[in-house]
Design a binder for this molecule. Structure first.
Ligand SMILES: [Zn+2]
Length: 245
């Protein structure tokens, strides 16, 4: 590892050389390489997270380019996973980036998680979030979840058995509409997700049991407490739950 590349972040006391080596030894699954996934992946790749698995089944289209900064005009028509892996490998050749062109489902999620210490949901639909949540619960792999709509965004960090999971909060709620997206807002929320992810890889969850809520219009950031649901179909102790402590 070329330590010079990371010198400025190793100056941060909570990182240092020990933290840098920890990041280099980490593997993270990022589901979604779009408006949230792109800036988040740049931040993780730049920070030297050693292995990134990028899962996305979509093709790059013109209406992506207002916010999906991993891609350029001449990427139109290409698979996002492949273009993301190529761009990130060029950005930081020291790390391994694996692009997987697929839509996440419960069946393939466990396979994608193999060898990963953490997963990130940077998707725009609830079924994919909940599928990743279930797979992470089975492997007890921490999960960082983020979402945006218009000026607003939220971030949550799940540690199974300790904090509420996504099914505690969202099981049975209406699917997302996902119509409004501005790069300035998705980029800000993606940076918050990346900061939470890096801290969790270093062993510290900065928002346990809280939903971080970003208002990019009123320019506020709030933490809202969230609670575990005893009847949660994933982490609850009921007959369908996994009964995670
Ligand atoms: Zn739960």
């Amino acid at each position: 590892m070329e330590l010079e590349r990371y010198r400025r972040q190793m100056n941060i006391p909570e990182i240092g050389e020990g933290g840098q080596r920890k990041l280099a030894a980490s593997s993270v699954l990022v589901v979604g390489a779009g408006g949230l996934g792109g800036p988040l992946l740049y931040a993780l790749a730049g920070a030297g997270v050693g292995r990134l698995v990028v899962a996305d089944g979509d093709i790059i289209s013109l209406s992506n380019l207002n916010r999906q900064f991993l891609f350029a005009q001449d990427d139109l028509g290409r698979p996002k996973a492949e273009a993301a892996a190529r761009r990130l490998s060029a950005f930081n050749p020291e790390i391994t980036v694996e692009g997987k062109q697929l839509q996440l489902e419960e069946q393939n999620a466990s396979e994608l998680l193999a060898g990963c210490q953490l997963a990130v949901a940077a998707v725009d639909n609830l079924p994919a979030r909940l599928a990743l949540n279930t797979a992470c619960a089975k492997g007890k792999i921490p999960l960082v979840n983020g979402g945006v709509e218009g000026w607003y965004g939220s971030v949550q960090a799940v540690e199974f058995g300790k904090t509420p999971c996504l099914a505690c909060c969202y099981a049975g709620t209406a699917p997302e509409e996902g119509g409004q997206a501005l790069g300035a807002v998705t980029g800000a929320v993606a940076s918050l997700m990346a900061s939470v992810t890096i801290q969790m890889l270093l062993g510290h969850n900065p928002i346990p049991g809280e939903l971080l809520f970003y208002d990019g219009k009123g320019m506020t950031l709030d933490k809202v407490p969230v609670e575990r649901s005893p009847g949660c179909p994933v982490c609850g102790k009921g007959e369908k739950g996994l009964g995670i402590g």
